[in-house]
Design a protein around this ligand. Structure first.
Ligand SMILES: [Zn+2]
Length: 86
C-alpha cells in the first residue's frame, strides 16, 4: 500500500439521506480510499487529508454530481394538509 502522504483519489458512491427529515435525497459521497471513512467533501469544500487516518486526498479532476430528490417520506401529521390541497 502507498504511504499516506501520496495523494490518492477519493472513492465515490451514491448514497441516500433524508433531507429536512422527509425528502429522500441522493447525493454523491466521497470516501477515503484507505479507511473508507466518509469525507465531508463537496463542490465548495474538499479536505486535504482524511480526518480519520490522515490519508492525503487529491480531488483534482473530480466530477461532482448534484443532489437529487428522489422521493418523499410521508409524515402522518401532514396527511390532512395534503388532502386539502389535492
Ligand atoms: Zn482515511
Amino acid at each position: 500500500m502507498l504511504p499516506k502522504w501520496v495523494a490518492r483519489k477519493p472513492l465515490t458512491e451514491m448514497r441516500i439521506y433524508l433531507k429536512y427529515g422527509f425528502a429522500r435525497t441522493r447525493y454523491q459521497a466521497c470516501l477515503c480510499p484507505r479507511c473508507h471513512q466518509i469525507l465531508n467533501a463537496g463542490p465548495n469544500y474538499q479536505p486535504k487529508y482524511c480526518a480519520q487516518c490522515g490519508q492525503r486526498i487529491d480531488f483534482r479532476g473530480m466530477t461532482w454530481i448534484d443532489d437529487e430528490t428522489i422521493g418523499y417520506e410521508r409524515r402522518s401529521n401532514d396527511e390532512q394538509i395534503e388532502d386539502r390541497v389535492v
